[in-house]
Design a protein around this ligand. Structure first.
Ligand SMILES: NC(=O)c1ccc[n+]([C@@H]2O[C@H](COP(=O)([O-])OP(=O)(O)OC[C@H]3O[C@@H](n4cnc5c(N)ncnc54)[C@H](OP(=O)(O)O)[C@@H]3O)[C@@H](O)[C@H]2O)c1
Length: 253
């Protein structure tokens, strides 16, 4: 099979829907064996069945990444099935509430950090020993434009995603001599379940799109194609960087 990820094994978190599902399908199409992580077993199995039905290799690994031991168990299972992990995509994430920073409950902030930052770091720690031993690997951490600028009502989420950008830079430098690359992918506003409530409110949607120079929502495949670039050898001289895919939002003064 021709493709940019032939003979590669990719573990993708948040693969049950949205951006992660799109990445899983694209990576499989490009030749990767894909290990799929999310909580919803049925949705994950659907993604896996669809990939296998098209001749690809996939494994559904239902996992709650907020559980401190669950991520490393999924990594072990994927390694047993496929022999190794060449690519880790830390895509699971999101926020379950909106509030001004000064009024945010610390329990809510901790939950947001647990999913977006702690789980990301634990997955990295689980795959890095195998990657460094083989002298090869690519890790892509999904951040958000909320990490780069003020994000009223989403400050807790932006802080977690900024922490993701920060460890990406440091890991990129620390791991560069080992052959393992680490980059962040920074989406703007993308049409998925996560942002559905915003599209349901005309005034809110208009206020969001007014600031996006392309004046539209991004699509999951526009993020998946950027993830493919970072995951594959197409970005072989790139590490510790953030690739912003946001319709021009962060360039807007
Ligand atoms: N959509 C946007 O506008 C946007 C913008 C910037 C950044 N992002 C980031 O892009 C990534 C994907 O977002 P999306 O829009 O595709 O979101 P989504 O449609 O809500 O999908 C989120 C994915 O994460 C999984 N997930 C959530 N909690 C989990 C947990 N505790 N353990 C394991 N998996 C979990 C979900 O599956 P289960 O529910 O089955 O667990 C789902 O597969 C996230 O990191 C998000 O922060 C999105």
């Amino acid at each position: 099979m021709a493709g940019q990820l032939v003979d590669r094994v990719a573990l993708i978190t948040g693969a049950s829907r949205g951006i992660g599902r799109c990445m899983a399908e694209l990576f499989a199409q490009e030749g990767a064996s894909v290990a799929l992580v999310a909580r919803s077993a049925d949705a994950l199995q659907d993604v896996s069945d669809a990939i296998i039905g098209r001749g690809g290799r996939a494994l559904a690994l239902p996992t709650d990444l907020v559980d401190p031991d669950a991520g490393s168990a999924a990594v072990e299972r994927a390694q047993e099935e496929f022999g190794r992990i060449d690519v880790l995509i830390n895509n699971a994430g999101g926020s379950s509430f909106m509030a001004p920073v000064a009024e945010s409950r610390m329990s809510g902030v901790a939950k947001t950090m647990a999913l977006n930052f702690d789980a990301t770091l634990r997955m990295i720690q689980a795959v890095v020993p195998g990657m460094t031993a083989r002298g090869r690997g690519s890790i892509v951490n999904v951040s958000s434009v909320t990490a780069l600028r003020a994000s009223p009502l989403l400050g807790h989420y932006g802080a977690a995603k900024a922490a993701v950008v920060s460890i990406t830079q440091t890991l990129g430098v620390e791991l560069a001599p080992t052959g393992v690359r680490v980059n962040a992918l920074v989406p703007g506003w993308i049409a998925t379940d996560l942002t559905e409530f915003l599209r349901g409110d005309d005034a809110l949607e208009a206020s969001i799109l007014d600031r996006v120079p392309m004046h539209r929502w991004g699509t999951p495949d526009e993020i998946a194609s950027a993830a493919l670039f970072l995951a594959s050898d197409a970005s072989s001289f790139m590490t510790g960087q953030s690739l912003i895919v946001d319709g021009g939002l962060s360039a807007n003064p």
